[in-house]
Design a protein around this ligand. Structure first.
Ligand code: BGC
Length: 354
């Protein structure tokens, strides 16, 4: 009898200790709202899930929402986050200009906001911006076309067309601006020609970055300007969802022996096979794991009163002043280096990109 009591006492003491440890580990460091634009595109699912996993590993609770590319829905999700007591918001906007009102409420409630990937414009509620170097993405795409067509040594003229993304996404200004800063001198010199004549930001835009919208526009460009056998030498496509629209349109409507150099961005699973088999010359890889890790560092610093990491305090003015930013580095991926950058790094498995 005596022995039994002792055993029970030990067991009780052990489980109390165990319970104590578990309760300690579960204590939340705070509730973080993560507002992502859409689940339609691969990258935002990855961005959202990476951040959720890393924040939870650091002891935060995460309220992750996707808004179906509907800016009114995103505003209402953020409103709910504020009402639910979220203590910090990470927001990848759909339309950079449509969140001013709801973010004013966040500011009023003392909730810091990190603008994720896309800069949110004309609101003083943004504490930090974390992204890839968007201007460098555009420059990398432009320079790739210059090198591929050897424009410094060839007279041309070479024919080029342009396809960018949603005009409400501030990144478009940097992607297109960076690329055009490289390409414009060759257009001015007559080495590059745009047969469709479509060159302004609005003319080359793609609503919501949608593949079918890019494809429909490109089919029109092909039938109006290339059906007579005119060769197309290059397409500046700002990202992979739009590049996919271009390659789809070409597959059905273009038979010239000259196949264009096509750029992209994100290294989406759907595009990597095209890079390997030569239908898309390159994509700019933005390792969403790196961005998520950086944002989690920012969140943790803000939440614990530390210093958030930034490496740029002069480039990104959102209309209310410069937003301190952390810019991650984009990398050009081609058929020659995709294995090393995408597979060896563990971003994809071989099976995923067959
Ligand atoms: C992102 C790109 C993405 C595009 C469409 C941009 O803001 O920076 O990586 O391809 O949105 O979702």
């Amino acid at each position: 009898m005596k022995k039994k009591i002792t055993v029970l006492a030990v067991a009780t003491a052990l489980s109390a200790a165990a319970l104590g440890t578990v309760a300690g580990a579960e204590e939340s460091k705070g509730l973080i709202g993560v507002a992502m634009p859409t689940q339609d595109l691969q990258r935002w699912n990855q961005d959202g899930e990476n951040m959720k996993a890393e924040l939870e590993a650091k002891g935060y609770e995460v309220d992750l929402q996707f808004a179906g590319n509907d800016s009114a829905q995103q505003a209402s999700q953020i409103e709910n986050m504020i009402a639910n007591g979220d203590q910090l918001l990470v927001v990848a906007s759909i339309d950079g200009d449509s969140l001013g009102t709801v973010l004013a409420q966040a500011k009023e409630a003392g909730i810091p906001v990190i603008s994720y990937d896309r800069l949110i414009m004309n609101t003083d509620a943004i504490s930090y911006y974390a992204t890839f170097d968007n201007y460098l993405v555009g420059k990398t795409q432009g320079q790739f076309i210059v090198d591929a067509l050897d424009l410094d040594n060839q007279d041309g003229p070479f024919n080029i067309e342009m396809v960018t993304g949603d005009p409400g996404d501030n990144n478009v200004n940097f992607f297109f601006g960076g690329a055009m800063d490289v390409l414009q001198p060759y257009i001015d010199a007559g080495k590059l020609v745009v047969p469709s004549g479509q060159m302004t930001k609005d003319e080359v835009a793609t609503a919501n970055w949608a593949t079918d919208a890019a494809q429909a526009r490109f089919e029109n460009i092909l039938s109006s300007n290339y059906a007579d056998g005119t060769p197309l030498h290059a397409v500046l496509a700002s990202n992979d969802s739009t590049a996919l629209g271009v390659t789809n349109a070409l597959a059905a409507n273009y038979t010239n022996d000259v196949y264009p150099v096509i750029t992209g961005q994100d290294c989406d699973i759907a595009n990597v096979p095209n890079i390997v088999n030569g239908k898309q010359a390159m994509s700019v890889f933005k390792d969403t794991r790196t961005l998520a890790t950086k944002v989690v560092e920012m969140v943790d610093a803000i939440m614990t009163g530390g210093e958030a990491p930034v490496n740029d305090t002069k480039t990104y003015d959102n209309g209310t002043g410069i937003i301190p930013s952390y810019l991650c580095e984009p990398v050009a991926v081609t058929a020659d280096n995709y294995k090393e950058i995408l597979i060896d790094s563990g971003y994809y498995t071989e099976d995923q990109i067959q």
